[in-house]
Design a protein around this ligand. Structure first.
Ligand SMILES: O=P(O)(O)OC[C@H]1O[C@](O)(COP(=O)(O)O)[C@@H](O)[C@@H]1O
Ligand SMILES: [Mg+2]
Ligand SMILES: [Mg+2]
Length: 337
């Protein structure tokens, strides 16, 4: 007997407290986790098994796909479709919702996922991840696109797996945020980071500075004030980090606080942001809020957005509570641009 708590034990323990729990959710999560272990293995083997590099194709958003974008998407779909707990799925890499094959039973959940987040980093051996969001669906009905288009506040579970120096799972079911580390020797995720909380104060920001000339006034002001440091209006020095893998930037902020911004910018006025609402912003917003942080577009809480498209993009600003409140207040003040 050991004091270690496995992910399965942790989930079963949590479900015991719920009156109408049937065990289906535990099975669903188990299948997601199995897929992520397979992905972890592929990412870790990398060049040894010939999975790096471009696939030479584009996804629905016109982005060049890496081989691993396609491989990880296939792993997720295969691990999830047969179990009888899903009504349907949606993936960053596939235009329309993915139907459950006729021979398999249909269940009461929908899963939306980004199978490989930060994939532009994969060939340079930096941290990447898998992000997922779970919604309820009408049972026994073939879900239409409309059934997926629900506010983030309706998520029943959200999580991400980080393929970094350690493989880690960060998870919320609406009852705080917990982190699990994959013990490669026994193939189990072990609870290592209980009840993760984002520090309310911070002096670290994350933004892609190369877009500076396209930012709107509130973002310019916030970043200028950070950079002005001790001599500026904030009266303290700030540090900057930008991994360009959302999963890694979120994980850092969960641990030591900070602010992440991928704001609306004027590069392409038709494009509302870079990151995708349904399988990037929503699951991360659920996790960030459950850990005591805030998540916004600058003018609206992410979890309150009524979606209109599975692949829609949003401005995304999140992190330590006091800093995000300050940023939101800048958006509320009249400016020149
Ligand atoms: O390259 P940029 O413009 O800095 O964007 C980085 C952002 O794009 C992403 O890589 C988008 O995710 P995908 O790799 O899943 O398309 C985020 O993980 C990251 O925060
Ligand atoms: Mg992504
Ligand atoms: Mg991706």
């Amino acid at each position: 007997m050991t004091d270690q708590v496995t992910l399965t034990q942790f989930i079963i323990e949590q479900q015991r407290g719920l009156p109408d729990a049937s065990g289906t959710f535990t099975l669903l999560l188990n299948n997601i986790v199995t897929a992520c272990k397979q992905i972890s293995h592929r990412v870790n083997r990398g060049a040894l098994i010939g999975v790096l590099g471009s696939a030479g194709s584009e996804n629905v958003q016109g982005e060049v796909q890496k081989k691993l974008d396609i491989i990880t998407n296939d792993i997720m779909v295969k691990a999830l479709d047969w179990g009888g707990h899903l009504g349907g799925m949606a993936s960053e890499e596939i235009d329309d919702p993915i139907k459950i094959p006729k021979q398999y039973p249909k269940g009461k959940y929908l899963v939306l996922f980004d199978p490989l987040d930060g994939s532009s980093n994969i060939d340079i051996n930096l941290t990447v991840g898998t992000i997922f969001s779970v919604l309820r669906c009408r049972e026994g009905v073939e879900p239409e696109t409309e059934d997926f288009l629900r506010k983030g506040s309706e998520q029943v579970c959200a999580g991400f797996v980080l393929y970094g120096p350690s493989t880690m799972l960060v998870l919320t079911t609406g009852n705080g945020v917990n982190g699990f580390t994959l013990d490669q020797d026994i193939g189990e995720f072990i609870l290592t980071h209980r009840n993760m909380r984002i520090p309310e104060e911070s002096s670290e920001f994350a933004i892609n500075m190369s877009n500076q000339r396209f930012w709107e006034a509130p973002v310019k002001r916030y970043i200028d004030e950070c950079i002005a440091g001790q001599e500026g209006p904030r009266g303290k020095n700030f540090n900057m980090r930008w991994v360009a893998s959302l999963v890694a930037d979120v994980y850092r902020i969960l641990n030591r606080g900070g602010v992440f911004l991928y704001p609306y910018d004027l590069r392409d006025p038709e494009r509302p942001g870079k990151l995708r609402l349904m399988y990037e912003a929503n699951p991360m917003a659920f996790i960030i809020e459950q850990a005591g942080g805030l998540c916004s577009t600058g003018t609206e809480r992410i979890l309150d957005i009524k979606p209109h498209d599975i692949h829609q993009r949003v401005p995304l600003i999140f992190g330590s509570k006091n800093e995000i409140e300050r940023l939101i207040s800048y958006y509320q003040q009249p400016t020149d641009n």
